[in-house]
Design a protein. Structure first.
Length: 242
């Protein structure tokens, strides 16, 4: 196991390159201020260095708000949701309070949420979790199908993909006219409850006719998980603690 100094003090940190990607991206990205101590706690438990994009986000940011806040990428966190902050990777994934070399996420590391209940996770043990994709690759829990989908890319590739301008295609069928304005008005602790539900025939037929209501993000995820257990192919498992 590597100590925190070995994880933080690296010769080729990812952060400068990541900053350049933010500036060059056509996708709106808001970098939230982070908490150094919480970021270091994340690095130590994950055993990743500042050379990685995952480590850089934990160490240098409180998370990212991507595409007008539609997607929330977790980092080192800072403060509380009530203060306009995102929870840290440690909080979302229920890391132990003190470093535990024997602890690891059983199914995968939750690294992002979108406001309609989609969950991005880095696969840990897909065979045990019943999730598609290989270990170390990204997966997406889709609220319009109630299934996990393999993304066939790692975490750094995923962050590059988020900034590439391809989210409109990815979210085709889950975004309605005026979604940007509704998204921008949301507090960070809130998501959007869509009715009829995104997985329903009615929503697939006419998404613009659905009603949307801001509710706690925990509720958005809980409803999606409940319906996945009842109607989907399997229990989606842990979707993150927010």
């Amino acid at each position: 196991m590597r100590g925190i100094d070995e994880l933080v003090n690296v010769d080729d940190p990812a952060w400068p390159e990541l900053q350049g990607m933010f500036m060059a991206s056509s996708v709106p990205v808001h970098v939230l201020p982070g908490d150094t101590n919480e970021g270091r706690r994340c690095l130590l438990q994950m055993q990743v260095t500042g050379r990685s994009v995952l480590g850089a986000l934990a160490l240098h940011t409180g998370g990212l708000l991507v595409d007008n806040g539609w997607l929330r990428v977790f980092g080192g966190g800072s403060g509380s949701v009530a203060d306009g902050r995102l929870p840290s990777l440690a909080e979302v994934n229920r890391f132990p309070t003190d470093f535990d070399p024997g602890w690891h996420p059983v199914t995968g590391l939750v690294v992002g949420h979108d406001i309609v209940g989609g969950v991005f996770a880095l696969n840990a043990g897909p065979a045990a979790a019943g999730r598609p994709g290989a270990p170390g690759q990204m997966t997406y829990f889709a609220p319009d199908t109630l299934e996990w989908e393999a993304m066939e890319m790692g975490h750094s590739g995923w962050v590059s993909w988020l900034l590439s301008g391809r989210l409109d295609t990815f979210y085709d069928g889950m975004r309605w006219p005026g979604w940007r304005e509704e998204t921008a008005a949301l507090a960070l602790g809130k998501g959007l409850s869509v009715y009829p539900f995104l997985w329903s025939e009615q929503a697939h037929a006419d998404l613009a006719a659905t009603s949307r209501q801001p509710v706690p993000m925990r509720e958005v995820l809980g409803v999606a998980a409940d319906f996945a257990r009842q109607m989907g192919p399997s229990d989606p498992g842990f979707l993150g603690d927010v």
